[in-house]
Design a binder for this molecule. Structure first.
Ligand SMILES: Nc1nc2c(ncn2[C@@H]2O[C@H](COP(=O)(O)OP(=O)(O)OP(=O)(O)O)[C@@H](O)[C@H]2O)c(=O)[nH]1
Length: 676
């Protein structure tokens, strides 16, 4: 997690952005930085390499991108397993090229997404353009000033499996990738997943064995793993420490020499791939684009292949590392476009943008994001629906991978059903709603998208268990649940407990092999429902934290599913209904009512909590009533008077039980999550 994970608070950053990059004295003392400082680019067309502060207003005239034909451009991504050091390496490369100041440290961290800072993870892929002078091997240009300058677009990607959609999108703009592997941990599950994403996209892969400064680092073992698992030549691996700076000087030369330039043709009609978009309060929608063919200029009229809508290009530039206007983008370059789109719904990721009225073949685009889990999001206070509506609209402008539809629940009122890429994505979304928009929400237990077939032959995808009739056997003739192909890598001593866990979760083993003498690679087909909630935590706990896990979605499988209702005082609570496997229904029902009993407060009347499948109650608990001392004011006196008061109280309680509504705290919904 580092510099690139920061959100672009565009206007603010533009105000503070200065094209002057004074190097601190510590840089100058370091021979590498000295070389790079001298090496500063001539891309601004000025003798000192950069525009002066006073000339900021004409920045776009200073950055002359026409000096970078495709042969002098390299687009690459940094991919790795979580925490192997992608963002730290990205920070170092930005520092080496003078794109950011060394030790940019705390002040700039203020611009980062709070959620990324708190969790220490990258959530959004970020692009940055760097300029670097390089002397090709074999050519003899001793004066750095005379060496050719290259424009390098670096895309830092998230490591967590929920955000692999971001990775695959980023790779579409690249011709190469740095595959970063921790020198102590070696190849992990997301290393495998990301390698195949890059390999299938035909990218040149440069293995980078990072964290070699660690005492437990064993680069030779990692080289052997890279050879045996991916057939990568051990002599191609770069050994680095993003922390100490060791070996970093080899990275950019390797990028320039090994990764091919983008294949675009600048003389052809304009074709741009829309990579991502976000909403800026002041500028409107900002699109990140890769110009595949042609040239885009400020003032051009462009149109979308998906919607046919035309737009004027109001601003165009590169991320260097914040939005930096250039007035033009040439083929092979990656940058941003502001075009007066009013909502991110108009900016469809994977769309092809071209000059208006030109007929071009649309680019292949991306597969749409696949939502793995769905959950209801309701305002904690029912009257806040409009405020929540507004907050969700704004947030989805910056996270277009969430799907949102309105729904209503008898228990929780008006709300939304949202689709997420995974549980972490769902958590991050809720946290951002709360932190960035002050929305307090109740979220219902997440569910996966099941398919049910009814007796009339129709098939429906069910994203909300409440939508299913309570007695499914009456109408449902068959049901299917989504599955995943899971990759698990563990030290060999943990094989037994992991196999037990996977079979408890209805998993089917597909592959089992040794990566080296100490570690085992396993592939399982698992029902998605079994892994969304606490599978990863359990896996980590039984392997003392050593397991790594990744999954990709696979086909649906037929399954014996039932709807489990929760009833409070005989009334079904639609927001608490779940769909479970028939074999697990009894246990889940029992655990659920026990959990709810702990979290629902005692009230003035008795509360019965039941779990039921159709009309059959499978578990029941009772929360006894709080007793108000109605005799408190009777000092001594008549026994029959006291009895009368108690009887009246009993009557009143019966009435309350019938009409009283039970308050269900948010924790009860959270606890429901833990029962699977
Ligand atoms: N010892 C050592 N620690 C490093 C090195 N590179 C990164 N780290 C540390 O490893 C941790 C994770 O680094 P990040 O750069 O956030 O890793 P990441 O791969 O971007 O993580 P995600 O964005 O969550 O996928 C941080 O605590 C870094 O300080 C290194 O070369 N040596």
């Amino acid at each position: 997690m580092g510099y690139l994970s920061r959100t672009s608070k565009t206007l603010k950053s533009l105000k503070h952005f200065s094209l002057t990059h004074p190097f601190p004295s510590t840089f100058k003392a370091n021979p590498l930085y000295t070389r790079l400082n001298n090496n500063n680019d001539d891309h601004f067309g000025l003798s000192n390499g950069f525009c002066s502060h006073s000339r900021q207003n004409s920045k776009e005239n200073c950055l002359d991108l026409s000096r970078y034909p495709t042969e002098r451009i390299r687009n690459f991504s940094i991919i790795a397993h979580v925490d192997h050091g992608k963002s730290t390496l990205a920070d170092r490369l930005l520092e080496l090229t003078g794109t950011i100041k060394r030790g940019h440290g705390q002040p700039q961290y203020l611009d980062k997404l709070q959620v990324e800072r708190e969790r220490g993870i990258t959530v959004k892929a970020q692009t940055a353009t760097m300029f670097h002078k390089h002397n090709f091997h074999g050519t003899d240009i001793s004066d750095v000033q005379d060496q050719p300058s290259f424009l390098l677009n670096l895309i830092d990607t998230p490591g967590h499996v929920d955000f692999s959609y971001e990775v695959s999108r980023s790779l579409a703009a690249c011709q190469g990738a740095l595959l970063v592997v921790d020198a102590a941990q070696g190849v992990q599950a997301q290393t495998v997943a990301n390698f195949y994403l890059a390999f299938e996209s035909n990218l040149t892969i440069i293995p980078v064995i990072n964290k070699i400064d660690q005492p437990t680092a064993d680069p030779d073992r990692v080289k052997a793993q890279l050879k045996s698992m991916f057939d990568l030549d051990p002599s191609d691996a770069l050994l680095t420490s993003a922390k100490t700076g060791q070996g970093l000087e080899q990275v950019l030369p390797a990028v320039i020499e090994r990764i091919p330039p983008p294949p675009g043709k600048s003389g052809s009609p304009l074709r741009m791939l829309l990579l991502d978009s976000y909403y800026d309060e002041y500028k409107g929608v900002i699109c990140h684009v890769a110009v595949v063919d042609g040239v885009l200029r400020k003032g051009d009229k462009i149109s979308s292949a998906a919607t046919g809508q035309a737009y004027d290009v109001l601003d165009v530039g590169i991320m260097h590392p914040e939005l930096t206007p250039t007035g033009v983008l040439h083929s092979g370059q990656v940058g941003y476009v502001v075009s007066g789109m009013r909502s991110t719904k108009e900016a469809r990721v994977g769309d092809t943008l071209s000059h208006n009225r030109s007929t071009v073949e649309p680019l292949p685009g991306f597969k749409p994001a696949k939502h793995m889990v769905f959950s209801g999001v309701y305002p904690a206070d029912g009257s806040d629906f409009e405020a929540l509506n507004h907050a969700i609209e704004r947030l989805t402008c910056n996270d277009a991978s969430v799907s949102v539809t309105k729904e209503s629940s008898t228990a929780l009122g008006l709300g939304f059903r949202c689709g997420f890429l995974g549980l972490l994505h769902m958590d991050v979304f809720h946290q951002r709603l709360e932190q960035e928009y002050g929305a307090h929400v109740i979220s219902t237990v997440p569910t996966v998208p099941y398919i049910f077939e009814y007796s009339d032959g129709s098939k429906v995808q069910v994203q909300n268990p409440a939508a299913l009739p309570s007695n499914p056997k009456q109408r449902v003739t068959a049901c299917w649940e989504p599955t995943v192909l899971a990759t698990i890598i563990i030290p060999s001593e943990y094989v037994g407990p992991v196999i037990t866990l996977c079979s408890e979760r209805r998993g089917q083993q597909l592959e089992y092999s040794f990566i080296d003498s100490q570690r085992v690679f396993m592939k399982y087909r698992l029902p998605l429902r079994e892994i969304v909630v606490d599978f990863y935590n359990e896996l980590k706990s039984i392997t003392s934290g050593y397991a790594s896990f990744d999954y990709e979605d696979a086909e649906y499988q037929q399954s014996d599913l039932v709807k489990l209702d929760v009833l409070l005082n005989g009334q079904p609570v639609d927001a608490m209904a779940t769909i479970v496997h028939n074999l697990k229904a009894q246990r889940v029902g029992r655990e659920l009512v026990e959990k709810l009993k702990q979290f629902i407060d005692r009230q003035m009347f008795e509360i019965t909590i039941q779990a039921a499948i159709g009309s059959k109650v499978i578990a029941r608990e009772t929360i006894s009533a709080m007793r108000k001392n109605v005799l408190a004011k009777c000092y001594g006196g008549d026994v029959s008077r006291k009895r009368k008061l108690l009887e009246k109280q009993k009557e009143g309680k019966k009435r309350m039980k019938r009409v009283g509504s039970v308050d269900i705290p948010q924790e009860a919904f959270h606890e429901q999550l833990k029962v699977s």
